[in-house]
Design a protein around this ligand. Structure first.
Ligand code: FAD
Length: 410
């Protein structure tokens, strides 16, 4: 069988893989990206956070993303029964971008992958990685080409950006339980027909609706720039299992339980079959090993509630590219100190907020009637994705959120 060589081999052309490819091309590295699907392809994960814009900019993709015409996003709105609150990301404590986009991922991921290609990365679509061997001096992967032929690539360094497929964690048995209960999501895209200027729905914000009776069940409504919305519900698997019928029927039944959301979507056309995804939370023993690192969802995935997935994916790509630059310069890279630990720092800050969300304490904070403006700006920073900003006490001090929950009656 044929053996090829590559300097840097990346598995997957999602956000993590494409941004890593672009950053490594800036260093003049040879980059080969192997992607199982033909693009454009559907993916979930459509609401970006402002923090992610810094990485799009760093990767040289800002103009392409802006010109693609995605839905402008400046914040997050929350609803629970009669209660409403909203955060404008520009009113945050951390420096940096305060606005971003909500994107159809089929289009967004293609823009990023095309940009990586334009910068000189080789992207091979419909090339599926089947097996990986990291025992030798250089990692080897076995690949199936679109014509069914198999071949081997031997790489100087391997980046696994295979998302929920989690190629290396599965093949190398690096997986570890996430610690969250098994939750799932049922979701679709609708033609929303929401009147422009509707008081109940600001197209410039994601709308998160808490189920009127179950505080750990929530809905997302993510508007796109073409008059359509992504709509989904997240709940424990046992809750979702109570609903029978097609995914679309189940989603409609659960949406129907919230009067506020039902009113927002009163004129919506449900023209696309819904889908379900269950048990997406995942973790790994280690985010790196000899001559390889795990990016984005191939490493750890928490939960969708704070729309942090793509931001974490980009952060991992940037940290890994920086480590690889130092390695090329002949420095000894301590991957745990320079990659694993810094990446986990922000992920752990998000995790505390996810825990507080499902326990109900975070909802008490955001719906509090007399919020402290300064604290709200710090919370807003987290919602905008600045979970690595250690000047924010809600990032740097694990206890701070608990204390605030208690003050707010959580
Ligand atoms: P992916 O985007 O999954 O890309 C991985 C790529 O690898 C794919 O293109 C795949 O085809 C390819 N691949 C897989 N296996 C192979 C193989 N064997 N060989 C070659 N290629 C392969 N994130 C947000 O930022 N905002 C949100 O609003 C949001 N909402 C979410 C809602 C839900 C219900 C869920 C489950 C997740 C949500 N996320 C959200 C998370 C987001 O989907 C992911 O974090 C993000 O897509 C991760 O990007 P990635 O590049 O790591 O992986």
């Amino acid at each position: 069988p044929r053996i090829e060589t590559a300097d840097i081999l990346i598995i997957g052309a999602g956000p993590a893989g494409s941004v890593a490819a672009a950053l490594l091309r800036q260093q003049g590295r040879d980059v080969l990206v192997l992607e199982k699907e033909q693009f454009p392809r559907f993916s979930i994960g459509e609401s970006l956070l402002p923090q992610s814009m810094a990485y799009i900019e760093k990767a040289g993709m800002l103009r392409a993303v802006v010109e693609a015409g995605f839905q402008y996003k400046n914040g997050a709105a929350f609803a629970h029964g009669e209660k409403r609150t909203q955060f404008d990301f520009r009113d945050k404590s951390s420096p940096g971008w305060g606005t971003t986009y909500q994107v159809q991922r089929a289009d967004f991921d293609k823009v990023l992958a095309d940009e990586a290609e334009r910068m000189g990365a080789t992207v091979r679509y419909r090339h599926e990685v089947l097996a990986v061997d990291v025992e030798g001096e250089r990692p080897r992967v076995q690949v199936r080409a679109p014509d069914g032929e198999e071949y081997t690539v031997e790489a100087g360094f391997l980046l696994d950006a295979s998302g929920f497929a989690r190629i290396l964690p599965r093949l190398l048995k690096l997986e570890k339980p996430s610690g969250f209960p098994v939750r799932g999501a049922i979701f679709t895209h609708v033609r929303d027909n929401i009147a422009p200027g509707s008081a109940a729905f600001d197209r410039n914000k994601i709308l998160i609706t808490v189920h009127p009776q179950h505080q750990d069940v929530w809905y997302w409504t993510i508007p796109f720039s073409n008059g359509r919305c992504s709509l989904g519900v997240v709940a424990e698997q046992s809750f979702l299992a109570r609903y029978e019928g097609s995914e679309s029927e189940r989603l409609r039944a659960i949406v129907g339980q919230d009067p506020g959301l039902s009113a927002v979507l009163a004129d919506a056309e449900w023209d696309t079959p819904a889908r379900q995804i269950v048990g997406y939370s995942a973790n790994v023993e280690s985010l790196w090993g000899r001559n390889y690192a795990l990016l984005g969802n191939a490493g750890e995935f928490l939960d969708p509630v704070f729309s942090s997935g793509v931001t974490i994916a980009f952060t991992s790509a940037s940290l890994a590219a920086d480590c690889l630059a130092r390695r090329t310069a002949g420095e000894v890279v301590d991957w745990e100190a320079e990659y694993g630990k810094p990446l986990r720092g922000g992920v752990d800050a998000f995790r505390r907020f996810v825990d507080a969300w499902y326990a109900g304490g975070f909802q008490k904070i955001i719906f509090h009637e007399k919020p402290n403006a300064e604290i709200r700006r710090m919370i807003c920073s987290i919602l905008a994705g600045y979970a690595w900003d250690r000047s924010n006490p809600y990032v740097a001090e694990a206890r701070r959120l608990k204390i605030l929950e208690e003050v707010c009656g959580g």
